[in-house]
Design a protein around this ligand. Sequence first.
Ligand code: NAI
Ligand code: MG
Length: 356
Amino acid sequence: MYKIAVLPGDGIGPEVISQAVMVLEAVSRRFGLPLEMREGLAGGAALEATGSALPQETRDLVMNSQAILFGAMGGPRWDKDPRMAGGSLLIMRKTLGLFANLRPVRLYPALENASTIKKEVVSGTDILVVRENTGGLYFGEKRMEEGEDGPRAIDTMVYSRGEVERVARLSFDLARRRRKKLTSVDKANVLLCSRLWREVVDEVSRDYPDVELNHLYVDNCAMQLVRAPRQFDVIVTENTFGDILSDEAAMVTGSLGMLPSASIGGKIGLYEPVHGSAPDIAGEDRANPIAAILSAALMLRYSFSLEDGASEIEAAVGRVLDRGYRTADIMEEGCRLVGTREMGRLIAEEIYPSGE
Ligand code: NAI
Ligand code: MG
């Protein structure tokens, strides 16, 4: 039995997650997989109902699962609420030991025109960005002090050998399952953390002679991503660089509504679309459910090693796009506009026709 905690959250979260659940049910029927999905409250919805954005009941549900399928949390009503701030998501990542954030950036042929970058440059792009997600600048010691000309702010970037080694190893393993090319990104000409990073990545690479490794400085990588994105297979980098580069890489595909993510490294993986709760379109059946659906595919791949199910979901998404169906965010002339539910239904039907 594969146990999944389903946390739809706020705004369009419940709309897109219900489509992802339907697609998982289709995969379960097609491949005979015993998936057990249980829903829990999270975010503003949970706050209203229980006074906590991540209530005890949800924490228990999560701890009794092998993977979490998450929608989005937040909205104008709660964004200033201190019980939401501090990011219950950040806390969840840290307690679950999810030190690697994975963002696949894959351009579906049908969407080549949706990118702001020229078709001949982006066509065929298929990158996996691995961002170290529980260390570095965002988690180092920070403080304010009095300087000679007023307040001084100090943030600290810290990495230990062990922190670099585990994310490097994971990235080599991922590259091995893909096109066997790993690009490690740092700023080793300036930062000590980066020098340690590079040293450790080189060391780990000796255990992976079949994976081709290269190092890029972060500023060069930022340029290469928009100049020639096809050169990349797996990119691994530290937290801050990864935050910026993963958003930059994402834009190659054109729309937020297409981008899934995975946070892994511990026993329980967290899978969620990159987008937020989109309050501006919530409740209107206009949200693109594909990011959530592709997040479910990542869950099958990385938490359960169910590669057949994962690639079938990805292929089904491709076929529905090839047939010309589009939600509003990726709409093009000559295509057929559909809502959230219809897009979900079309993808599920590709996987397991219900015989209607
Ligand atoms: P957002 O990602 O929710 O929306 C940005 C823009 O993209 C909006 O115009 C929205 O309509 C559009 N969009 C997003 N997802 C879409 C989809 N699936 N289909 C079609 N269009 C889509 O980011 P925003 O507006 O900055 O934040 C809204 C709320 O979401 C805030 O409360 C924020 O704190 C929260 N948020 C939560 C995240 C999470 O739970 N992991 C991540 C990012 C934001
Ligand atoms: Mg970001």
